[in-house]
Design a protein around this ligand. Structure first.
Ligand code: F6P
Length: 562
């Protein structure tokens, strides 16, 4: 199967804000949205959780504490139908050129479909088999003492060629081969690579240079530096210790790397961890674990493709994002995984969501009058409680919080832990979960001034009336959150979770009528940098704007003075 010409014109559906459903939602927001109080909604409907929670493959989600109700959801589902959400989804899955500004299909789903069940299945599985055969060879000697036995894998890439593999490797660190260490180098700041090199030996290091275009300045600079180190350190066989991953193998060969694992232009960078970009994950975890990751994502793909919109978790979440963003006016969301292994998930989601939907024109190039992507940020819990939860509870802005919980913990070498230590760690995991539950409860129920007054001790702050203290200790409550629960963090459950976020991002982008799959916004800075780099080196600020010229001058002054 191959990519297909678009079956739909650029503007195939009414713009979302010109639909009947959008008007209904606007009216709904006026009547129900403004004074919506979660506490009252739960009092009015004892079945609210059952009605607004949903089990998808590997992921259970409770959306009952989001700022919506069943009537809201019905209007949003009407909006999805008026905007042709299902038709847009099916066109993407069929391999139509839905990335219209780049003339490409969008088929990251084909990377994880079983043989014969998606477009391009033959080439996908041929390259996957080839990559995993290479992986098996490296892992068979991993940690060995012979030259060429690999101990360290240094993955060089940035953006979608870094964030996905790094996030997965961190999440599944307990599955990593005991003889292998993974290092991720992305920033053009040489400090990152230089900090890793001293611990490496050229005979036991494999460099993976990952770049879809193989033109990204950061990646090529780090690859050149890594190669220089390798030769300086007495490395003898570049071909054996450097492999590439790219959609442009010719450029990789021109750079001097003979082994290249390929992927294709219909795989967006931020959707590419399922392709050969996932090579470091496969090396670290093994082929079976990598295939399980793909299976989990495929499970979610099938749910997204087949479940009716009314019982489709990516659809629920994407529509809720539209409601929170366009009708409640929430401009950011905090993703707080209560699982340290998911510490890189917020960073991964920043690219997935904000590079996909941080757009201001629709398919026709018309500037949109309504908001699109919110700002995604966050850190794992419980750390966030000691950093920014103050603002989430008592700030002026309402910021929906996404709690991601993992029921069962996983620890490296669990079988060598003593019974006493296992028991302590078990209690810590229960404390982690209890903290997440408490934060969601506090956000929703808050604390009244009367409750705070009853608790205030008269000597709390000498000279400050108890009423004043109480007002500082009042929590408005009625703050929205989502809870997502994985029974355990495994390759399969992680694959499903990430695919859930991919499809959720597609849903809101499709409703907004934007192209979620290009990223023209990153090009201007890259182009300007090409002009500024030599100027920084030469000091020539002729024709530059005053601010840039002044900064260059100050930098050079400081450098000359060093
Ligand atoms: O940030 C811009 C971008 O093009 C991303 O979309 C991409 O993931 C990243 O740079 C890296 O691109 P490449 O994989 O081609 O090096």
């Amino acid at each position: 199967m191959t990519a297909r010409e678009p079956s739909m014109p650029l503007r195939a559906w009414p713009r979302c804000d010109q639909t009947v459903a959008w008007s209904a939602l606007s009216g709904h927001a006026q009547v129900h949205g403004r004074d919506l109080d979660l506490r009252q909604l739960f009092r009015d409907d004892p079945h609210r959780v059952q009605r607004l929670s949903l089990q998808a493959p590997e992921v259970w989600a409770d959306l009952s504490r989001a700022h919506w109700d069943l009537a809201t959801q019905r209007h949003l589902l009407d909006l999805a139908r008026e905007c042709g959400l299902a038709e847009q989804r099916d066109a993407m899955l069929r391999g139509e050129l839905v990335n219209r500004t780049e003339g490409r299909a969008v088929l990251h789903t084909a990377l994880r479909a079983p043989r014969g069940q998606a477009p391009f299945s033959d080439v996908v599985h041929a390259e996957l088999d080839r990559m995993l055969a290479f992986v098996a060879g490296v892992r068979a000697q991993a940690g060995g003492t012979q030259p060429g036995d690999i101990h360290d894998i240094v993955h060089i890439g940035i953006g979608g060629s870094d964030l996905g593999p790094q996030m997965v490797a961190a999440a599944l660190s307990t599955w990593v081969h005991p003889g292998l260490r993974l290092h991720f180098i992305s920033n053009v700041d040489g400090q990152e690579l230089a900090s890793v090199l001293p611990a490496l030996h050229p005979d036991h290091t494999l460099f993976v240079v990952a770049s879809k275009t193989f033109t990204t300045q950061e990646t090529l600079a780090n690859a050149r530096a890594a190669r220089q180190w390798f030769l300086d350190a007495g490395g003898r066989d570049v071909a054996r210790h450097f492999v590439a991953v790219s959609a442009d193998p010719r450029r990789a060969a021109d750079f001097g790397i003979g082994t290249c694992f390929a992927f294709w232009d219909w795989v967006g960078g931020r959707f590419s961890l399922w392709s050969a970009i996932g090579l470091p994950v496969a090396l670290a975890l093994g082929g079976d674990a990598f295939r399980a990751l793909l299976t989990g994502a495929h499970d979610m793909d099938r749910h997204f493709a087949e479940a009716p919109l009314e019982a489709n978790l990516p659809v629920w979440l994407g529509l809720l994002d539209v409601w929170h963003r366009n009708f409640k006016g929430y401009s950011s969301r905090c993703v707080s995984p209560y699982a340290q292994g998911l510490k890189r998930l917020p960073a991964y989601l920043q690219q997935l969501v904000m590079e996909s939907n941080g757009k201001s024109v629709d398919a026709d190039g018309r500037v949109l009058p309504y908001a699109t992507s919110d700002v995604v940020w966050g850190e794992p819990g419980t750390n966030g409680q000691h950093a920014f939860f103050q603002m989430l509870h008592q700030g002026r802005d309402v910021i929906p919080v996404e709690f991601i919980l993992v029921g069962r913990p996983a620890y490296p070498d669990a079988d060598v832990l003593s019974a006493e230590l296992k028991d302590l760690l078990r209690v810590q995991h229960e404390s982690l979960l209890a903290n997440a539950l408490a934060q969601a409860q506090a956000l929703m129920w808050g604390k009244t001034e009367a409750q705070a007054l009853r608790e205030a001790s008269p000597t709390a702050a000498p000279g400050v009336p108890a009423e004043v203290i109480a007002r500082h200790r009042t929590f408005s409550g009625n703050r929205p959150s989502l809870t997502m629960l994985l029974d355990a963090l495994t390759p399969r459950s992680l694959g499903a979770l990430v695919a859930l976020y991919e499809h959720r991002t597609f849903v809101s982008g499709a409703i907004w009528g934007i192209n979620s799959f290009d990223q023209w916004g990153v090009e201007l800075g890259k182009a300007l940098c090409q002009d500024l780099l030599p100027r920084l080196q030469s000091g020539d600020t002729q024709g530059l704007d005053a601010a840039t010229a002044a900064t260059i001058g100050r930098l050079r002054q400081g450098r000359d003075g060093a």
